[in-house]
Design a protein around this ligand. Structure first.
Ligand SMILES: *Cc1c(COP(=O)(O)O)cnc(C)c1O
Length: 405
């Protein structure tokens, strides 16, 4: 029991803990795709997805697949072979987007920055000003570096040069504030297993009017048959009207789970959810700093969804096993250059202040056991993390009493 998956505090990026109500929906006896109850629930999931992304003027798509398949769907639908794409990369996932696009015969300009930096807006603008780009792609939160990108600023830049904005929001959606209609982002992609906290297997896409018009104006058929959104669109519209439609079989149980997961997010309230992620992320960052650990992401672009952290001198991946022995599961680094030198803490989904405190405490004990935490730093992370959650009137008194112990 002690080592069971259920007992661990999961501070990974993916999967994140699903609420038991979501898992119960997964366990429903599978209805047929034209069952009136399923049709209604799928329609509600489409509506709620638009509410979660503040994308009410958009067309929503929900279909089976991983996040990477969703990236493939963006490329296959919005970029015809020979089209030019500018990828503003802020880590591994931008690199993957560039790769996916090249495989589809798209001509890619891959704009990179140093790991931990946000996009170089001046360089992107100079590139867009050449006027050759069909689209600008970026990653809302890159889960290799923990860098968050300002979607509103990027979308404005794309629009100024008549480029479609294609956003990989897989690690950002439902963790970071995002308002698709207001930012006027053309296409936003996400998937279930991160902040949406539903088991993996569904691609979620919301596309605005410009993007839907561009899709309708394509001169060549979409090369990935199963990902053809011109075929999926009438199916989604049918479900929205309360009618059945078929293109490929929907992932029925996962869709039921998604409907429950989205409802739970809306019940918490978007503002409350974003604020919770910000509080938990802030407290974890305070704890890490007090432990003397450094983040990859520079100040100002640090995401509330996850933190990518450098190992301290003298330690590597063995830290993760030590932390796990304390009951907390973290993720390894995932970046071509930084991977072996970093680990990652997911603080997205249903994370609580208690999870943050337990995580910092577990890292403290693991570093201490590995002999790399100076005695004066022991306990400092825990106190900083706790204080970040505590009203200032209480915190100093507690600090005093802990110092006296
Ligand atoms: C996790 C992730 C992906 C890939 O999702 P898969 O489901 O593993 O294919 C893509 N982009 C970002 C930003 C991610 O965090």
């Amino acid at each position: 029991m002690q080592n069971s998956v259920e007992r661990h505090i999961l501070m990974t990026i993916s999967p994140t803990r699903s609420d038991p109500a979501v898992l119960r929906s997964m366990g429903t006896v599978t209805p047929t795709a034209d069952d009136p109850g399923f049709v209604k629930t799928f329609g509600e999931a489409l509506r709620d997805l638009k509410l979660v992304l503040e994308a009410e003027r958009c067309q929503a798509f929900i279909f089976p697949g991983t996040g990477t398949l969703g990236m493939e769907a963006l490329v296959a639908n919005w970029l015809e072979p020979g089209a030019k794409l500018l990828v503003a990369s802020t880590g591994f996932w931008g690199d993957r987007m560039a790769d996916v696009a090249r495989r589809h015969g798209v001509v890619v300009h891959h704009a990179t920055v140093k790991p931990g930096e946000g996009p170089d807006m001046g360089a992107l603008e100079a590139e867009l000003a050449t006027g050759v780009y069909k689209a600008l792609a970026w990653t809302h939160v890159d889960s290799s570096t923990g860098v968050r990108v300002d979607c509103a600023a990027m979308a404005t830049l794309a629009r100024r040069y008549c480029a479609l904005s294609l956003v990989d929001g897989i690690a950002g959606a439902a963790a970071e504030p995002f308002f698709q209609d207001e930012c006027d982002v053309d296409v936003y992609l996400t998937a279930t297993p991160k902040a949406i906290a539903v088991p993996s297997g569904l691609v979620l896409i919301t596309a605005g009017k410009r993007a839907m018009d561009a899709l309708a104006r394509r001169t060549s058929p979409v090369l990935c048959y199963a990902l053809d959104l011109t075929e999926w669109q009438p199916v989604m519209e049918a479900y929205e009207r309360g009618e059945f439609g078929y293109y490929n079989t929907p992932a029925i149980n996962l869709s039921l789970a998604l409907a429950t997961g989205l409802r739970l997010i809306l019940e918490e309230g978007l503002e409350a959810r974003w604020a919770r992620h910000a509080r938990v992320a802030g407290a974890i960052r305070a704890g890490l700093q007090a432990l003397g650990l450094q983040l990859v992401a520079e100040e100002g672009v640090q995401s509330n969804a996850l933190s990518t952290v450098y190992y301290p001198a003298g330690v590597g991946r063995e830290l993760l096993a030590e932390v796990k022995a304390e009951g907390v599961v973290l993720a390894g680094g995932y970046h071509p250059q930084l991977g072996p030198r970093t680990f990652r803490i997911g603080h997205l989904g249903w994370v609580t202040p208690a999870d943050a405190i337990a995580t910092i405490a577990a890292i403290d004990r693991a570093l201490t056991r590995l002999g790399v935490l100076a005695p004066e730093r022991q306990g400092a992370g825990l106190l900083a993390c706790h204080n970040a959650f505590t009203p200032p009137s209480i915190a100093p008194a507690l600090a005093g009493s802990i110092n006296r112990l």
